[in-house]
Design a protein around this ligand. Structure first.
Ligand code: SF4
Length: 491
């Protein structure tokens, strides 16, 4: 690989479009594609070097690499024509001028248009430093720039602090055996762990058959404990001939293994349809919509508003400023707590599997049975608190944050604060906390009789000789106490 000058940006292409993949699907985005990659998916290094020397590939041309042809890979990198030789060293001012020429400078500056660093591989030596140097150069011109930076990486190079701390989102596409790359080339544990330290990351995989799915669990999801909500799988779509078949396969695998498997276009379309439907109900039919803070039910008593839910809601907006839309749809934080969770024991197998870093495959109809138990099962006392419409809070968020993404994060925080503030804790929560942490800190909040009843429930519902299971069960009830204490201490 040639040496990269950290005082320039080695750009193969840069263009304004709409993100078509992963969790930011549909977001207007400016892509900066940097030259050179440390991998050569579908090809041997010699073959890639030969292509770079000949420079015969048309820009964007799809072809089969030597490993692909020999059956050692099932796909070939579709951006080779870009990164293998089309890069050109550009002064930092180049990008800023380009954005101004296109009339999108302000939108990139305030994060409305995402800035996406892609490649090649934008984390290889030289590129990381160049991106950071670019930020410093830009921020010297603008004291108030709040761009939204995403990076697309193959997850084989550790992202250093200076770049890491400037990123709002990391989209990692680890490579499987189907790329033709060796395990040593494509799995770098320290780089994967580093990505998982970020607050906003996703792992995207290209799958062609069930072996690929088993491999991604064996080599990535299980050893690194990657939450399934962070895993997106896409069909290898380099061959248009079997597009439908591969897409269908990907959806079947998603159902079976519980990762996100919608192909990019469908993911975008289904989210958009859902958000437009919600807008229709709220704004035109004057009806209410109850929506969870994040996808799925909490298994461990921890719940928090996922900014992706707010972004999905915003897709139904007809306003330029989405915070105006959030005011119009009238968001009301609601907290609900049960004295007993009728599904507590049903949640244990999944919690245990996660604790043991095993893959948990749900039984047929398991979701339905849990849902039904949740509705009709015995909860004893229930507390429901309906808050007030968030209005001045949204004005305040707008006054304090220019950047759309930061506004959404602040809104998620306001919703969480309102829910936690009014979330009622029951004796069962305090008992579980005291048992879990072997203390009597909260003994004033329950009677001996209530404690014996709770202990009896624990005895009857789970295997008391399994310490992990006992701990998981207690934590499920105790976590709301922990969260409320954190909230009160922060206030
Ligand atoms: S890591 Fe990405 S850019 Fe590099 S060869 Fe593989 S697919 Fe292409």
């Amino acid at each position: 690989m040639s040496k990269i000058d950290p005082n320039k940006l080695l750009i193969s292409s840069d263009f304004y479009t709409v993100q078509g993949e992963g969790i930011s699907s549909g977001v207007p985005s400016y892509f900066v594609r940097l030259g050179i990659c440390n991998l050569t998916c579908g090809m041997s290094r010699a073959f890639a070097n030969m292509l770079a020397k000949e420079q015969k590939l048309e820009d964007g041309e799809i072809f089969e690499g030597d490993l692909h042809k020999e059956g050692k890979a099932t796909w070939t990198c579709d951006s080779t024509s870009q990164w293998a030789w089309r890069g050109e060293d550009k002064e930092f001012q180049y990008l800023i001028d380009r954005w101004k020429e296109q009339g999108i400078y302000e939108d990139i500056k305030n994060g409305t248009i995402h800035l996406i660093w892609t490649g090649g591989e934008p984390t290889i030596k030289g590129h990381q430093e160049a991106i950071v140097n670019f930020f410093n150069y830009w921020y010297k011109q603008e004291n108030r720039a709040y761009p939204y930076h995403e990076i697309e990486t193959n997850g084989t190079v550790v992202i250093e602090d200076e770049l890491f701390n400037n990123l709002d989102q990391i989209n990692c596409s680890p490579k499987l055996t189907n790329s033709g790359m060796t395990e040593k080339q494509r799995i770098k544990p320290e780089a994967i762990k580093r990505i998982m330290e970020h607050s906003n990351y996703q792992f995207k995989f290209v799958i062609s058959n069930e072996e690929d799915v088993k491999e991604l669990f064996r080599d990535f999801v299980v050893p690194f404990s990657i939450p399934l909500t962070k895993v997106v799988c896409m069909p290898g779509l380099d061959d248009a001939a079997n597009f439908e078949e591969r897409t269908q396969f990907c959806l079947e695998m998603a159902k079976k293994y519980k990762f996100r498997g919608l192909p990019p276009r469908e993911l975008l379309e289904s989210s958009k349809l859902m958000s437009e439907y919600i807008a229709q109900l709220l704004l035109r039919e004057n009806r209410s919509v109850w929506i969870a803070q994040r996808e799925g039910r909490t298994k461990d008593g921890n719940d928090a508003t996922h900014s992706g839910v707010l972004k999905m809601l915003a897709m139904g907006s007809d306003e330029k400023n989405i915070m105006n839309y959030f005011k119009r749809i009238k968001i009301v934080p609601v907290s609900i707590s049960y004295e007993y969770d009728p599904t507590d024991a049903l949640k244990m197998p999944q919690l245990m599997a996660e604790a043991k870093e095993e893959i948990y495959i749900k039984e047929k109809n398991e979701d339905f049975i849990t849902l039904l138990s949740g509705i009709i099962g015995q909860k004893k006392r229930i507390h429901l608190h309906v808050g007030k419409v968030l209005d001045e809070e949204i004005d305040q968020i707008c006054a304090e944050n220019d950047n759309t993404n930061k506004q959404i994060q602040a809104l998620a925080q306001v919703i969480d604060d309102a829910i936690l503030q009014t979330y009622k804790l029951w004796p069962t929560n305090y008992i579980a906390y005291d048992l879990l942490f072997k203390t009597d800190q909260f003994k004033a909040f329950y009677t001996e009789n209530e404690k014996s009843l709770f202990e009896r429930r624990l005895e009857m519902r789970i295997d008391e000789t399994n310490p992990q299971m006992v701990e998981g069960f207690l934590a499920m009830y105790a976590n709301p106490v922990v969260n409320k204490m954190k909230y009160e201490n922060a206030g």
